[in-house]
Design a protein around this ligand. Structure first.
Ligand code: CP
Ligand code: NVA
Length: 309
């Protein structure tokens, strides 16, 4: 069974298939065509952490495709009333897809290991594949062919950065990370991403100018991710030199676009003037979450033979 536990689940041709489907569905929707490719199908959502974009974009997207989304709250007793194994095997009797936002990546692996329902990672401590796929779509819309273009991530080598590393390798973009060394991406992950995509162009260091001077896109995310709140004072101190503001952007090319997965801590990792500048594409990124995930759901339904149309 095909899942999206992380971007390691997508081969290069599959990565391009998902993007092409998302693009097609987005264009069709703009022209008033809302073909119900997932009519009467159901998507369950379990979230162990807060969400606006992931939750609502999956729910709205599923409804637009003619199906329904069930957002499961505490009363289903997730992790309290029964084992994950019983929970997911029962859920698969009713639903066609499952999105899970989990504190630990191992939860996604465990859900998928039963192979009873396609499991989609809606963010874990390790990765955020739907975000990175949607970001690739947004970058493509913004400047066209991305091969050889450069994305520079400024800040924490976190779940979002790690998934961006994967999409850059799959899409043949250069990926740079700049931030304090203690928060860099591990060489193990970098090796695995290179092996998976058969290619990589990656570098990371603490010095801003060399990492940013050729960037086509500059990306940041919060310095303190959900669940790391106890570390926020030390993180704020470590990352302060890496705020994306006007003086940092002055080191980047004029055409360079600004990205953030949102939610943003304005005044910390990014200044108001930059996130609201005309080079900012953060709202387009959020919008594409829905279009990308519609493409992903239809692609998964075809892979797993649960398509009705
Ligand atoms: N970017 C993102 O995943 O946002 P949410 O946490 O609101 O889902
Ligand atoms: N890195 C952030 C992303 C939120 C969408 C977090 O995990 O909290």
């Amino acid at each position: 069974m095909k899942h999206l536990r992380s971007l390691f689940d997508l081969a290069i041709n599959e990565f391009h298939e998902v993007l092409a489907l998302a693009d097609e569905l987005k264009r069709k929707m703009a022209s008033g065509d809302r073909t119900e490719l997932l009519k009467n199908r159901t998507l369950a959502l379990i979230f162990e952490k807060s969400s606006l974009r992931t939750r609502v974009s999956f729910e709205a997207g599923m409804i637009q495709l003619g199906g329904a989304a069930l957002y499961l709250t505490n009363d289903v007793g997730w992790r309290e009333r029964e084992s994950i194994s019983d929970f997911v095997r029962v859920l698969a009797e009713y639903c066609d897809f499952l999105v899970c936002r989990a504190i630990s990546h191992s939860t996604i692996e465990e859900l998928a290991s039963h192979n009873v329902i396609p499991v989609i990672n809606g963010l874990t401590d390790q990765s955020h594949p739907c975000q990175a796929l949607a970001d690739f779509m947004t970058m493509q819309e913004s400047i066209g062919n991305l091969e050889g273009k450069q994305l520079t991530f400024v800040g924490d080598g976190n779940n979002v950065a790690r998934s961006l590393l994967n999409v850059c390798a799959l899409g043949r973009m250069k990926f740079r990370l700049v931030g304090p060394k203690a928060y860099h991406i591990s060489s193990k992950l970098f090796d695995r991403a290179r092996e998976h995509a058969g290619w990589i162009d990656f570098d990371q260091c603490e010095e801003i100018t060399p990492m940013i001077k050729d960037a086509d896109f500059v990306y940041t995310d919060v310095w303190t991710s959900m669940g790391q709140e106890a570390e926020s004072a030390s993180r704020n101190a470590a990352f302060r030199p890496y705020q994306i503001n006007a003086s940092l952007m002055a080191k980047a090319p004029k055409h360079c676009k600004v990205m953030h997965c949102l939610p943003a801590r304005r005044g910390l990792e990014i200044s108001d003037d930059v996130i609201d500048s005309e080079n900012s594409i953060v709202i387009a990124q959020a919008g594409n979450r829905m279009h990308l995930q519609k493409g992903l759901l239809v692609w998964l339904s075809r892979q797993n033979k649960i398509t009705i149309a």
